[in-house]
Every structure is written in structure tokens, then in C-alpha cells.
Design a protein around this ligand. Structure first.
Ligand code: FAD
Length: 487
């Protein structure tokens, strides 16, 4: 195994860097110790957003760059990234109206915006003519745009693209050690696969993109003695059966100054999050606590006509934000920006460690990361801003593609076709042409074959919770058949 670049960590940052590098001509190996996106990158709020609330902490660079990324990413993967409108109810005890209006003006105008509609003031009685989920004292507010992303699928597609360009992905394989050779011209690394077998290889450069594990990889894998660069902040979400009237998303201001999202999810559900809690344990051991679940229910119930209770929760998940260490700041106020630490040169094989970041910033972060290797490794120009991810070659008119798909496969359930187009984009047409046997609950063999062959799914859970969210829907009988399929 001889590579130009070894990337440690198959979350969104590792996958974005590895894909970009391979596309620029570097022979790249991406190694993930579990499944792709099994860390923070499947546990987010799933927004490609500028981050309206970061304007309050004057993070204009971060917000502008992220706002710019929204339309770039949407064009590259319109099947998994789409526009979303966010309602912001307003009442007298909250941030003043002028402040929100000024923030939204900046949000609309900080970066070029061609596809997403701008913000405006709303009166809810006019806006929600059929069902209004809000209490009647919330009469006015605002609405603005951001985008939704299938977070774990974004990572799988980047990895699929990396392989299509000649790179290699190893999942369920841990990088256990990487050391510079005696003459320091390259790295010798050791991997341990899921059977416990050790594999050895060489790379000219190493990127540590291990997200919340980055400090640990610095000290234990690449033997770099660095003071902790990261602060671990847990964020949790709950999922409840669809709250009537939640057809669009809501950004709700809580009494503690934080904001909570309430988002339509997977057609039949509502997603609510998130929290900001200092996480003391290992990043592998993260779960949404009962306190966090109760906090989220309470926060949205202040706004809802029918209050929400924890009994209604059907699923909960939690992830650890790898945030930059900033002394003395409250968890929710710590910057969501990223930083790098680089050591190396032409004579000394380089090591780049990545700290922080967001799903939204991953493509741009990858470009910034590779700048560190200019003059050390031979690479071509940046290319990802105008690229298309696998399945994304279907254009921005989703409804027109849906109509074509329905005409191509009139016998398949519309719900299945919709889900396929939303997850797999143009691959949905091939699946619809030969779906194979149905295992139950709208799961056909063609879909399982696709995620196994092209998207590195090895176990039932990879499919149920990351390549899709069918874990929310399948019966025990179907689950058994899916498990049998993955062996
Ligand atoms: P990860 O996704 O954690 O990936 C690191 C990977 O490294 C892991 O899969 C891990 O298994 C692997 N690894 C570790 N050690 C090794 C090793 N030795 N060998 C091999 N592999 C290894 N961002 C947005 O843009 N929009 C949002 O709406 C949003 N919401 C969020 C909500 C919450 C609650 C949280 C927690 C984050 C949110 N984020 C959001 C931020 C975003 O999710 C993260 O910044 C991003 O997913 C981090 O990606 P990563 O690749 O750095 O880390």
C-alpha cells in the first residue's frame, strides 16, 4: 500500500479532503474505524446554513463563507440537499424585532444568492390558513431560507466519488499508528481491520480528520504532542411523529437565549434539536440524556398549541461537536469555525490536523486544507466548486424528475420512488427499472445492492440509519430480512 495521502477519519471533513485530493491527482486512501459518517457527521441538525445566530457573535467570515456554500452544494447534490423555509415566531420578550430584521437583511445579502428566496415578515393567520401549529399569541414573525442535507449520505457520496476517481476507502479499519520514516521523507502507517488483522502501508502525507477524536489521534496515532485543541460539546435531537402543521421548519427562541429547530423529517416525523452540553466522556459514548429530551420538549411546547411530551419520542440521537478550544466561553457561544495545524515541508513528510468545522463548510475546508500541501505535493487546481456528486446529475427540478420516474415505473409505490429519488438521485431510475424482490416496507433488493456495492454499507445498521433512515419504519420481520441480506 503506497499512497500520496492518507486521510484518517471518514466523517464529512475526511471524505471531503480525500475526494478533493484524489481529484487533483494525489493517490489517496481514506480510512474510517467504523462506518462512514458513524461519528458526528450523522448526528447533526442536517442543515446547510449560514448560521443566523452566529451573526450575534460577529462571525461574519464564517457566515458569509457558509452562505456562499449553500448554493454550491445544492447544485452539486440536489437530490440530498434542498431549500428549506424557516419560520421565526416573534413575541415581545424576545430579541427585539429590529435586531432580527437587521440580522435577516445581512443574512440575505452577505453572499451572492440566486436560487434561494430572501427573508420577509409574516403574519401567521395569513401564512398558515389550514393548520397553524403555533399558540395563538404568536401572531407575527419572519421567514427565511437555508438548505436541508442528508448528512450521512453526503459523506457516502463523497467517498463514492473518491473511489470513482481512483481513490480507496477502507471502513471498519482503524489507523493505529503512523510514524515518519527515518529519513523523514514519508509516513509508515499501520491499520487494524475488523478481524484484528494488521495492514501496513506508506504515504507521503497524512491528514488527521478524526473530528472529536482528532486530539486522540494526534497523541496516540501520529505521536504528536499538542495541547488539547478541542472542546467536546454534545448536541442531541429527538424525533416525534409529525406535529400537525409543521410543513416547514421553525427556528424557536428559547428562554435561555438559545435557539431550537423544529423541522419536518422523513415525511411522517418532526425533528427537534439541539442542545449544547459539555461532553466529558469518550466521543464514542454519546447519547441524548432524559434531561436533554425533556429540555427540547419544554422548549418547543412554549410555542405549540398542543404541548409535546417525552412519551411521544420515537427516536433520539446525539453527537459530539469538535469545537475549537476557547477559554471561558459558554458551550453555545464557542466558534463553529475550523482551524489547522500543519508541520512538514519538502524534506519532512507533512502532517495536517483538522479541528472544528461544519457540514456546510466541509468542501471549502477541504480546499483550504490542501493549500497546505502546495509546493510539497504535486497537485492540480481546485475543482470541487463546480462538481457534481454521484446521483446529483438530475438538475434542480425535482418535481419534473419525479414525474419522469413515476412514468418509467408506474407499478412501484409512489412513496418508494420519492424516497429513492430523494436519496439516490439519478440512480433511482436504474433501481426502478429492476427493483428485484421486496423485503417488506418498501425495501427492495435493488436499493440494498446499491448501498452495498457503491456506498460501502456493510451491515444492516449502515443502511437503516445512515444510507437511509428506514430504521424509523421497518417492521421486525423486514429488519430480519435486511440483516440476512447483509449477512
Ligand atoms: P466526524 O464526523 O466525527 O468524523 C470523524 C471520524 O473519524 C469518525 O467517523 C471516527 O470514527 C473516525 N476516526 C476516529 N479515529 C480514527 C482512527 N484512529 N482511524 C480511523 N478512523 C478514525 N454542521 C452543519 O453544517 N449544519 C448543521 O446543521 C449542524 N448541526 C450539528 C448539530 C449537532 C448536534 C452537532 C454535534 C454538529 C452539528 N454540525 C452541523 C457540525 C457537523 O456535524 C460537524 O462539524 C461535522 O460532522 C464534523 O465532521 P468530522 O468529519 O470532523 O467528524
Amino acid at each position: 500500500m503506497d499512497y500520496d495521502l492518507l486521510v484518517i477519519g471518514g466523517g464529512v471533513n475526511g471524505a471531503a479532503i480525500a475526494r478533493d485530493a484524489q481529484g487533483r491527482g494525489l493517490e489517496t486512501l481514506l480510512v474510517e474505524k467504523n462506518d462512514l459518517a458513524s461519528g458526528t457527521s450523522s448526528a447533526s441538525t442536517k442543515l446547510i446554513h449560514g448560521g443566523l445566530r452566529y451573526l450575534e457573535t460577529y462571525e461574519f467570515r464564517l457566515v458569509r463563507a457558509a452562505l456562499k456554500e449553500r448554493e454550491i452544494l445544492m447544485s452539486s447534490a440536489p437530490h440530498i440537499i434542498w431549500p428549506m423555509r424557516f419560520y421565526l415566531p416573534h413575541s415581545a420578550e424576545q430579541r427585539p424585532r429590529w435586531m432580527i430584521r437587521a440580522g435577516l437583511f445581512l443574512y440575505d445579502n452577505l453572499a451572492r444568492r440566486e436560487l434561494l428566496p430572501g427573508s420577509r415578515g409574516v403574519r401567521f393567520s395569513k401564512e398558515f390558513t389550514s393548520i397553524n401549529p403555533l399558540k395563538s399569541n404568536y401572531r407575527n414573525g419572519f421567514v427565511y431560507s437555508d438548505c436541508w442535507v442528508q448528512d450521512a449520505r453526503l459523506v457516502a457520496l463523497m467517498a463514492q466519488d473518491l473511489v470513482a476517481r481512483g481513490g480507496r476507502v477502507l471502513t471498519r479499519t482503524e489507523v493505529t499508528s503512523a510514524r515518519r520514516s527515518k529519513n523523514e521523507t514519508h509516513w509508515n502507517f499501520t491499520l487494524r481491520d475488523e478481524n484484528g488483522d494488521l495492514l501496513h502501508g506508506q504515504a507521503k502525507a497524512v491528514v488527521n480528520a478524526a473530528g472529536p477524536w482528532a486530539d486522540k489521534v494526534d497523541s496516540n496515532v501520529v505521536a504528536k504532542n499538542r495541547p488539547g485543541q478541542l472542546r467536546h460539546v454534545r448536541g442531541s435531537h429527538i424525533i416525534v411523529p409529525k406535529i400537525e402543521g409543521v410543513e416547514h421548519s421553525f427556528l424557536l427562541q428559547n428562554t435561555d437565549g438559545r435557539v431550537i429547530f423544529m423541522i419536518p423529517y422523513e415525511e411522517d416525523f418532526t425533528l427537534i434539536g439541539t442542545t449544547d452540553v459539555n461532553h466529558e466522556g469518550e466521543p464514542d459514548q454519546v447519547r441524548c440524556s432524559d434531561d436533554e429530551a425533556a429540555y427540547l420538549c419544554q422548549a418547543v411546547s412554549r410555542y405549540l398549541e398542543s404541548p409535546l411530551s417525552t412519551d411521544q419520542i420515537v427516536w433520539r440521537y446525539s453527537g459530539v461537536r469538535p469545537l475549537l478550544f476557547e477559554e471561558g466561553k459558554a458551550a453555545s457561544k464557542v466558534s463553529r469555525d475550523y482551524s489547522f495545524s500543519m508541520e512538514g515541508s519538502i524534506e519532512k513528510a507533512p502532517l495536517l490536523s483538522v479541528y472544528g468545522g461544519k457540514l456546510t463548510a466541509a468542501r471549502e475546508l477541504a480546499e483550504d486544507a490542501l493549500k497546505h500541501f502546495e509546493g510539497i505535493l504535486t497537485m492540480s487546481e481546485p475543482w470541487t466548486a463546480s462538481s457534481v456528486l454521484p446521483g446529483g446529475d438530475m438538475g434542480l427540478d425535482f418535481d419534473a424528475r419525479m414525474k419522469e420516474l413515476r412514468e418509467a415505473a408506474p407499478d412501484l409505490e409512489q412513496k418508494v420512488l420519492f424516497r429513492w429519488l430523494r436519496n439516490y438521485g439519478s440512480y433511482a431510475f436504474g433501481m426502478a427499472e429492476s427493483p428485484g424482490p421486496c423485503l417488506g416496507d418498501g425495501v427492495y433488493e435493488a436499493e440494498l445492492k446499491h448501498v452495498k456495492t457503491n456506498e460501502f454499507a456493510k451491515r444492516a445498521n449502515d443502511y437503516l440509519w445512515r444510507r437511509s433512515k428506514m430504521g424509523l419504519r421497518v417492521s421486525p420481520e423486514t429488519l430480519l430480512k435486511i440483516e440476512e441480506y447483509f449477512g
